[in-house]
Design a protein around this ligand. Structure first.
Ligand code: FAD
Length: 316
């Protein structure tokens, strides 16, 4: 079923979360350990993130270095099939521009269509570690909007280079939004203009980047509505669980901790301290968002199902 239909059919806030595919060589039990504790909260769907290739330099026999491409977390389509089969939920694969030609994207979407996938989250992807800015793959999409247009074309039966219409796909397309702006955007308003264009191109709902200040989300929603974005805007939450998060999250996700939270975090001396503060904060954030009537609370679990479970227990 489509995300927008879940929203329209539900009278209360829905619980959802996303998982990372396991590292290459790990088994399905690796993700099930993160998912099992959360199934009691009845998520109708589970998102599966996509991670493009990394490059490493390997020493060859002659002493020279060779650049090799390594895919650390392969297998999104297989994981989606496994989740649908095991948990009887919808699986939502994340589809990115980076590393894909438009033909690759089309083939992946055809596979997902055969699998009975109803939703995709369409994203650009981040620059590779050795790139200062995102470089589109030759023959691929430069921005998420190009990907959304391609999926929307398929929804209308228009495949690449085909003159006749084909069997239409029926994907409900989600897109990313940034309450504190995307890190590359010139300002929030220009970012919002691009977000509006993605919605006009066919995105039916927005999932936000993680944030810790609900006011930023509420202001973001207000600004979206004022420029004519009417689709559901799903807040994304990531509970803080360890000391590393305190510098990594603001840097990597371009988000600020509100002062009330940072004052508490500054007192923490161990991962356990951060976990306690992070859990309490996420519970308060979730309660306020639910009171405001958000359609879905979407959690970034990053494999830490237990931390999210302790929050969900308090609110669902
Ligand atoms: P875009 O919408 O293309 O925007 C990228 C930047 O370009 C923005 O600054 C925007 O303002 C600007 N822009 C857009 N259109 C134009 C234009 N026409 N002209 C000029 N500028 C423009 N990454 C992964 O690799 N895998 C995942 O699974 C994944 N899941 C995510 C899930 C969520 C909910 C979110 C919020 C992010 C996720 N990401 C993921 C990260 C995402 O790929 C990065 O944030 C990426 O840098 C931007 O993706 P986007 O789809 O927002 O890009």
């Amino acid at each position: 079923m489509k995300v927008v239909d879940y929203i329209n059919n539900s009278k209360k806030t829905i619980f959802s979360f996303e998982i990372l595919p396991p590292l290459k060589g790990k088994g399905i039990e690796d993700i099930c350990n993160g998912i099992d504790p959360l199934m009691e909260f009845k998520p109708p769907f589970i998102n599966v993130t996509y991670h493009r290739e990394d490059y490493e330099y390997k020493k060859m026999g002659d002493g020279l270095l060779k650049k090799v491409s390594i895919k650390k977390r392969p297998g999104t389509v297989g994981i989606c099939a496994a989740l649908m089969n095991k948990y009887k939920v919808d699986a939502i694969p994340h589809i990115i521009c980076g590393g894909f030609t438009k033909e690759d994207t089309e083939s992946a979407l055809i596979d997902l269509k055969f699998l009975g996938i109803d939703n995709v989250l369409a994203l650009r992807g981040d620059p590779l570690k050795n790139e200062s800015s995102f470089v589109a793959t030759k023959g691929g999409s430069k921005y998420a909007i190009d990907l959304i247009k391609q999926i929307d074309d398929m929804n209308n039966g228009q495949y690449l280079y085909e003159e006749t219409k084909n069997s239409p796909a029926n994907f409900c397309i989600g897109t990313a939004g940034y309450p504190e702006k995307h890190f590359e955007a010139m300002n929030l308003n220009s970012d919002l203009k691009h977000l509006k264009a993605k919605v006009d191109a066919g995105a039916e709902y927005i999932v936000t980047q993680l944030f810790y200040d609900n006011q930023k989300y509420f202001e973001f929603v207000k600004k979206c509505r004022s420029i004519g974005i009417t689709v559901p805007i799903i807040p994304g939450l990531k509970p803080l669980t360890n000391l590393r998060h305190l510098s990594f999250i603001p840097k990597f996700f371009n988000t600020n901790f509100p002062e009330e939270l940072s004052n508490e975090l500054e007192k923490s001396k161990s991962n356990a301290d951060v976990l306690k503060i992070g859990t309490e904060w996420a519970i308060q954030q979730s309660k306020e968002l639910m009171d405001a009537g958000v359609p879905i609370l979407h959690f970034y679990t990053m494999g830490k199902g237990e931390a999210v479970k302790n929050i969900a227990r308090e609110i669902f």
